[in-house]
Design a protein around this ligand. Structure first.
Ligand code: HEC
Ligand code: HEC
Length: 259
């Protein structure tokens, strides 16, 4: 009887210790995910290493942290949702390989340096992001993803000629300025608050109209497809050719009004 009592007590004790350890692990993962969620929307996050180089952008300016297909919020972001990132195993079209995947926050390490700290893309080191913060971001991606594999997509980065050819195609389309106005608000406004006022991005409609409006329209279309220094590129599954034609028509209408 006595022996059974001790056995039961020991078993209970071991069980409760295991439960506490498990709860602590969960607690730690939750704490990390919580830190990751805060970093994701923090415009000062890029200043961690050098506050003078911060762009003012945060991850959430360019990525959703929810499933945009099932719960769209009306915004068009340059990057895809981070839902499913932990399931991908590599990122940036293979540039970020499996062995550095977690350390580079599933590809977020590239964005961290390039978009938040304005490091030129050919000088970016995707694992320069501090380890604790990379871990926190990954914990957050895991927390919001669960089993969801996220959107299926392929990125093709365009060089100058390819972007120019894409703009040629867009220029042949008839844009709808009214639709373009709405699309501008959804896709460009975070960085170009209005077309006539600079924000993180430049002023798109200057006081003096450009000499060659067609050339200006072509530049805008090409810029959206290629991206700039800090400006992200928009692939076709984010903004279609027709949608860019609409945005260009909207900006051209504003230029026309200046004349
Ligand atoms: C200025 C816009 C911008 C900002 C800010 C930005 N990203 Fe990105 N990010 C992109 C674009 C564009 C891509 C390439 C297209 C894509 O994969 O969605 C990308 C790619 C990624 C990818 C890889 C997707 C893949 O599998 O190739 C991850 C992960 C990611 N970003 C996370 C982050 C995190 C974390 C932050 C904040 C530290 C961040 N991004 C900040 C625009 C941005
Ligand atoms: C996440 C921020 C961001 C978003 C979103 C963004 N831009 Fe930009 N844009 C910039 C920045 C920053 C610059 C300054 C130059 C650079 O860094 O490339 C810029 C520069 C430009 C330029 C080149 C300057 C000029 O006047 O010729 C054009 C054109 C442009 N943006 C158009 C657009 C359009 C159209 C959209 C929406 C489809 C858009 N941008 C969305 C950040 C952004």
């Amino acid at each position: 009887m006595y022996k059974i009592g001790v056995f039961v007590l020991t078993a209970l004790l071991t069980l409760s210790l295991a439960i506490i350890a498990n709860a602590e692990m969960h607690e730690k993962a939750n704490e990390k995910a919580k830190m990751g969620r805060e970093l994701f929307s923090d415009p000062s996050f890029g200043g961690t290493l050098d506050p003078t180089k911060v762009s003012g952008l945060s991850c959430s300016d360019c990525h959703a942290d929810f499933d945009e297909a099932t719960t769209p919020d009306g915004r068009i972001r340059a990057g895809h949702s981070i839902i499913g990132v932990p399931h991908r195993g590599e990122a940036k079209g293979g540039m970020i390989t499996a062995d550095i995947f977690a350390r580079a926050a599933g590809g977020g390490g590239f964005c961290y340096q390039h978009f938040l700290q304005k490091v030129p893309s050919d000088k970016v080191d995707p694992i320069a992001i501090p380890e604790e913060q990379a871990e926190a971001l990954m914990a957050y991606f895991e927390h919001v993803s669960g089993d969801n594999k996220g959107p299926d997509f392929q990125i093709t980065m365009l060089d100058k000629d390819a972007a120019s050819a894409a703009a040629d195609k867009i220029m042949e389309m008839k844009g709808d300025a009214q639709r373009g106005w709405k699309l501008y608000g959804q896709a460009c406004n975070v960085c170009h608050p209005t077309a006539q006022r600079p924000g993180i991005g430049s002023q798109l409609v200057k006081k003096r109209p450009p000499r060659d409006v067609e050339k200006r329209k072509h530049r805008i279309a090409a810029y959206v497809r290629k991206g700039g220094f800090t400006m992200p590129f928009f692939t076709e599954d984010r903004l279609s050719d027709q949608e860019i034609a609409d945005i260009v028509a909207f900006i051209a209408e504003l230029i026309d009004k200046k004349k």
